[in-house]
Design a protein around this ligand. Sequence first.
Ligand code: CTP
Length: 436
Amino acid sequence: MAIVIEGPRTDRKPRDPAEPLRGANIVVGIAGGIASYKAAELVRMLDKAGATVDVAMTPRAQKFIGPMTFQALTRRPVFTDLFNLTEEANIGHIQLADRADLIVIAPATANAIARLAAGLADDAVTAIALASRAPILVAPSMNVNMWNHPLTRANLQRLVEVARYHVVGPGDGFLACRWTGPGRLAEPADILEAAAHVLSRQDLAGKKIVVTAGPTYEAIDPVRFVGNRSSGKMGVALAAAAQRRGASVTLILGPSGVPPPVGVTANTVESAAQLQWALGNAVKDADVVVMTAAVGDYRPAKEAKEKIKRGELGSKMQIDLVANPDLLAELGAKRKGKTPLLVGFAAETTDVLENATKKLASKNCDLIVANDVSEPGAGFAVDTNHVTLVDVAGAEEIPAGPKSEVAHRILDRITAMLAAPPPMSTKPAKKPRRKS
Ligand code: CTP
């Protein structure tokens, strides 16, 4: 069967990712760390995107980079000292806090995060943050051990849960302290994108979204398993993006090296059976379930309690596999009406759209995100993806891009479907059409 792809829908204009920044009053709070200098690039980008940027610096930040740099970039006075009579007379930290549409704290050091979490207000940055009712985005940057410290994690969790802070990063890599791991300030472009999303409508506020991600490992014995190549990156990107858009997110994550995003309720699992159990609990009051997980279709019929020795088996090993339940199809069959909205993924290597269209009907879901995992730059392990959204109305190809951007495009569609639920028909999807 020849399948053709419809072009982008004409009712949806391509989004300018920086659009929400235009005309916004943004306070950039800079704490003192080796990454403080990177705030200059962020401030320049925010200014270029059309935001009015005011900069506040802690005394420690001023040891790493001078206020003059920011004054030149913003053409505005820089707020450095709570007790400076001229600064207070000119702007005043309360005025700055009041008129801010968004506060971005970058870099947010472990110290700054702890002080914010404790509600301290004794420098320009913490005072503005505490006095403001604007949303606050923090971009952590610190040594890997500080980042992994349970106190830092607890402080950040407190900021997210108690004060609804948003978090971007940190990135992973080689750090100035010579350690390698998480702790790098997110790239200025990523902070800019996160700022735009925080400023844009919180279109998933009040919604509960469950995302499953990663592979499952089905144990053969205590050291071996049957698994697959899924990395979990697409699902984790979806969970982070949904959280940023205001949703309350539960992420059920199979074995994956990708850390769950801060602010998301994460539940780590290993096998399909564990995933099924966690999903059963999480979906009870969910508005949306997104099944990104590559659930193993089969598991060994028996899990050996002891390691199977090579010598016992000779030259041939046979494993009896039994089918795992299709978790998405089970949810599709069980739900009443269209709640929760069900989104499946179809990882294919051939006949992508035909297979996706069949899965849409057979699993009774509302949307299938289809991708050809054999295409370079799409599917497992890579940071980019190229997907097609398939629903009863047809197919829409999403331009290839970073998984974080693809995640937002998928959420755009989910948001639209939540606003106007698709018809109750269980008729098979219409054949996708190519736009001439
Ligand atoms: N899925 C599931 N339970 C399974 C297998 C898959 O819930 N046991 C879900 C996946 O999370 C995904 C969708 O079903 O959202 C499609 O998964 P995919 O692996 O592409 O397809 P399968 O259903 O396994 O079918 P096939 O292997 O024949 O392509």
